[in-house]
Design a protein around this ligand. Sequence first.
Ligand SMILES: C[S@@+](CC[C@H](N)C(=O)[O-])C[C@H]1O[C@@H](n2cnc3c(N)ncnc32)[C@H](O)[C@@H]1O
Length: 304
Amino acid sequence: MNEAGFVKKQPAFKPDNRLGQGEETDEERERADKLFTSNDRREAFRRLSVTTALELEQAMLHYKKKVLLDLLGKKEVNQNIVREHKTVYLGASTDIEYPLCLGGRNIVLVDPTFKDEVGRLLILNKIKDMGGHEPTKISEDEYSFLFDFGNGVEAVSVELVGKSYASREEFSEYKMPDKVGLILSFITPSGPTAGHPLDARVVRDKLVAGGMILVFGEALDETTMNQERGRFLNKNFGGDIEEAIRIFKGDGGALLSEEARWIFKRHGYELVPTDPFEYERVEGGRVTAEMGEVTTFLKKGTVL
Ligand SMILES: C[S@@+](CC[C@H](N)C(=O)[O-])C[C@H]1O[C@@H](n2cnc3c(N)ncnc32)[C@H](O)[C@@H]1O
């Protein structure tokens, strides 16, 4: 369970060796065929990949696809906003497909790996392979290419930023631009310079009204989260956990969801519930169910 407190059980992903990275389950195929009406966007979805611990790779990939299909299926991602404003992807690696599937037209991929020419070339080749559209260099770090999101081909821009992001501005090489529509954060935080996007008030101020933020992993650092938990308890239940449990009739899941909603609202976001990530792995013939990272998806709202 993560700080967002989602405990509802979902069907676990079963490792299946017949599925290679990038291949689709029947359910994914069926949902994606319905959702994506253009070849380009469908192809981007087909080519989605993950960079993570090998043992988790396959499960993470299916999880990533599920989050995407759920959010788009429920029309949670405002397509006007991603058309008009920037989509900033912190810790992108070579994952150009994810923001394209989400409808991003002005994409900024932020990852220190782009300091290296290889990372850049990989992205440019991926774009070419995906829809056969050749990227054109428009400035030192920026490229343009054609892509069909479902309404005919449009020009898309992608900026490759070889910098690291940190929540504390003084530690951040990357400065968040103004008027961002969507932030995707896949950074695995570590140390004082880590990037938990919600720690930084500046991030909220840079998001346009109705802007969104999707965090894989922890949205707030542990110390802040613990302080917020204390505040939630004090403010709503006089600091009495027993009282909170009684009011929620012993439903720990509902209490944690309420806590998450309250905390994120205090930081100026509305929580959009997404499902937990559970998977099973076979260890010496034994199947072990595990809970991994979950996604926090938030819309800019008002500060509580
Ligand atoms: C777990 S990988 C995720 C890659 C890809 N988005 C995916 O879904 O497979 C995390 C990436 O974040 C990058 N990263 C780590 N710290 C970062 C920071 N402070 N700012 C920007 N990127 C960072 C790493 O170089 C790495 O490529």
